[in-house]
Write a protein that binds this ligand. Structure first.
Ligand code: SF4
Ligand code: SF4
Length: 346
């Protein structure tokens, strides 16, 4: 049985109190779980898409950062670029978003290169993947503080520690691999015929001619190289009849779990879930969304499955049953963690 530590928060809880609560919570989990902290620890965060207002705000990380800096531990924010659309699809714009959203207190590292092309292959030998493409920079650290905003997610059902490990750590090719057998397509009205995607494609799958640009899906292996290479956002999985329609089902969730397994393999991670500003959709949605319930609390654990199970349960207790809970069965079956948890209130 894994221990999950939590502190209640309310809609009225001030930023200053959240700072104190999160610091105390982290102290408790480090002490009780006998965690030896590294001298440099990345906080895996989500900066929120431009236009989103319900992501975990930078001030809410202050307690965690204070705790580390009090112990002369260097903290930094770590993220990977997204696969499609938005303002975070490449490093330059991603850093701009981070700055605009106030993530300026500690250095920001984009873990998968300028265009999401840098990764380390992590061997897993599981049902869907033999290897997973994890943002290269993560391999430089033995310990990551994986901080997630627990809320709904269109494809995963919910997003917490596992989603933050999986989609949050994967390079663009890894993200594409999780999005099932889906292959990218080119939106011709956006294509400037610059041929950069063609140069990036190792499978000779892309044709650019006077009439149109297209990808031969018989040749394409779904590596994501062309998505990363295209400066015009003309290569996209969004071109295929809507992402939610194309990607629904449990395969995606099991693939997510396998990537989470890869991301945490060999590491001594700490997981923090903020169960506040709980929206139906994720922070990648670049628009204002209203929370669907009151704020609940901050959770911490060394076990990514236990913490997500505890958060899923508490959200259900508060009247909202997120889909996708069966992904935790698969997570448990492959040894990512346990659904069996003991709650300890701080
Ligand atoms: S995903 Fe990879 S293999 Fe497929 S077209 Fe793009 S670069 Fe080529
Ligand atoms: S990289 Fe993008 S804009 Fe350039 S040819 Fe390929 S699809 Fe068109």
């Amino acid at each position: 049985m894994a221990k999950v530590y939590f502190s209640k928060i309310y809609n009225e809880t001030t930023t200053d109190d959240i700072k104190k609560i999160s610091k105390k919570l982290l102290d408790r989990v480090v002490t009780e779980e006998n965690i030896t902290l590294e001298k440099k620890i990345p906080l895996k965060v989500h900066f929120g898409e431009a236009g989103n207002i319900t992501y975990v705000k930078p001030q809410n990380y202050d307690g965690l950062i204070d705790y580390l800096q009090d112990r002369d531990i260097e903290a930094l924010f770590m993220e990977t670029s997204v696969l499609y659309g938005g303002q975070r699809y490449k490093k330059e714009l991603h850093l701009k978003t981070a700055e605009e959203h106030g993530f300026t207190r500690i250095p920001v590292i984009i873990a998968d290169g300028d265009h999401g092309e840098e990764f380390t292959d992590i061997e897993v030998n599981l049902k869907y993947f033999d290897k997973c493409k994890i943002g290269r920079e993560f391999s430089n650290y033995d310990q990551i503080m994986v901080v997630a905003h627990f809320k709904g997610h269109a494809l995963g059902g919910f997003g917490g520690a596992i989603k933050q490990l999986a989609m949050g750590h994967a390079s663009k090719g890894g993200k594409l691999a999780m999005h099932m057998g889906i292959k990218p397509q080119i939106t011709n009205r956006k294509c400037t015929k610059c041929h950069l995607c063609q140069k990036a494609c190792t499978e000779d799958a892309i044709t650019i001619d006077e009439k149109k640009s297209f990808i031969d899906h018989e040749k394409c292996v779904g590596c994501g190289g062309c998505v990363a290479a295209c400066p015009s956002k003309a290569v996209s999985i969004m071109a295929i009849g809507g992402i939610a329609t194309a990607l629904k089902g449990n395969d995606f969730r099991e693939k997510l779990v396998e990537y989470a397994y890869a991301a945490q393999k060999g590491k001594r991670n700490i997981y923090i879930n903020y169960v506040m500003n709980i929206t139906a959709q994720c922070d990648c949605v670049g628009k204002k969304m209203k929370p669907i319930m009151d704020d609940i609390g901050i959770y911490a654990s060394t076990n990514p499955v236990a913490i997500d199970m505890a958060c899923w349960d508490i959200v259900k207790e508060n009247g909202k049953k997120f889909k996708g809970v069966r992904q935790l069965d698969y997570a448990e079956s492959i040894g990512l963690g346990t659904k069996n948890y003991k709650l300890i209130e701080i």
